[in-house]
Design a protein around this ligand. Structure first.
Ligand code: GUN
Length: 295
């Protein structure tokens, strides 16, 4: 039995707060130079509780760094065509530097049609095919926000990725797929992507120097799946409801933290790990979109 090691907890709140301070300074400087202050618009369809909470956090973050923001809310009965027209309007609004459409959308609306309607240079979530593809270009436009946040965490904790064995569980369009490309391109890592058709996932995860999990199934990564000394990044944030929780729910990661942490060298908690970094990346992308449009 291998010895338990003291692990370093990767503090996403602290790194996100550092990034927000850096952005605040840049906004102050832009104001002083008479340059345009970044303006983020947020489109929210319906009244999903989790989406509302995420959006509240995004608005709060805009206020913290001094960005302008606009909230646009629509009923969940809005037609796809009508929503497309609103997106067209925001695309053409010269004052808006970047915008997001909060997901999930109601069943009758195609996520792909909606995200592809967003102008790539205002797509601060980095969801469009153009921005997804730009990961492999020499000069990426706006990087997908959550993977960007994971890369920033690794960088700011000085975790070496070059030549490392990285295993990503989850091949989603928004996290697993773009992150695996970023780990190859920017991280120079050897990357294995596991997904629901992978046989014997443990045989891959046990080889991982860096293990990233983005599946949305609480606790699926258990202690026996992780190599001693591995870096473990948990992107999962599933709302689990129960009367024992303060707000009636708790956020749970994909990693069985109690079992995995003693084997890890670095590990992200949930909440307080990757979550706050998605918002930090959104702010970084909005600043970048502003600088590109109004240098
Ligand atoms: N829903 C859950 N996470 C996200 C996100 O990062 N961006 C958007 N637009 N919707 C989400």
């Amino acid at each position: 039995m291998a010895e338990a090691t003291p692990y370093t907890l990767i503090d996403g709140r602290k790194i996100s707060s550092d990034i927000k301070k850096e952005i605040t300074e840049k906004v102050i400087e832009r104001r002083q130079l008479g340059k345009k202050v970044p303006h983020l618009a947020i489109i929210l369809v319906g009244d999903d509780g989790a989406s509302q909470t995420y959006v509240d956090h995004k608005v709060k973050a805009c206020k913290e760094v001094g960005f302008h923001y606009t909230m646009m809310r629509f009923a969940d009965t809005i037609s796809e065509d009508k929503l497309m027209k609103h997106i067209d309007q925001v695309n053409r609004d010269e004052d808006v530097d970047g915008f997001i459409v909060q997901l999930p959308l109601p069943q009758h609306i195609s996520v792909e049609r909606i995200t592809e309607k967003i102008r790539p240079d205002k797509d601060v979530d980095g969801f469009t095919n153009r921005n997804f593809g730009s990961i492999v270009s020499k000069n990426p436009l706006l990087l997908p926000a959550t993977p960007y946040g994971v890369m920033e965490l690794l960088k700011r904790y000085k975790i070496e990725t070059e030549g490392k064995n990285c295993v990503v569980i989850g091949a989603s369009r928004l996290v697993g797929a773009p992150l695996s490309m970023m780990l190859v391109e920017e991280g120079r890592a050897t990357v294995t992507v596991c997904h629901k058709y992978t046989k014997d996932i443990s045989s891959f995860t046990r080889q991982a120097d860096i293990l990233v999990v983005a599946v949305g199934k609480p606790g699926i990564v258990t202690g026996d799946m992780v190599k001693q000394g591995a870096v473990v990044i948990d992107v999962g944030t599933t709302r689990v409801e129960g009367p024992q929780y303060k707000n009636g729910y708790a956020l749970k990661g994909d990693v069985d933290f109690q079992a995995v942490a003693p084997k890890a060298s670095y590990i992200t908690p949930v909440p307080g790990g990757v979550g706050p970094m998605t918002i930090a990346s959104l702010l970084l992308n909005t600043l970048r979109a502003t600088e590109l449009r109004n240098p």
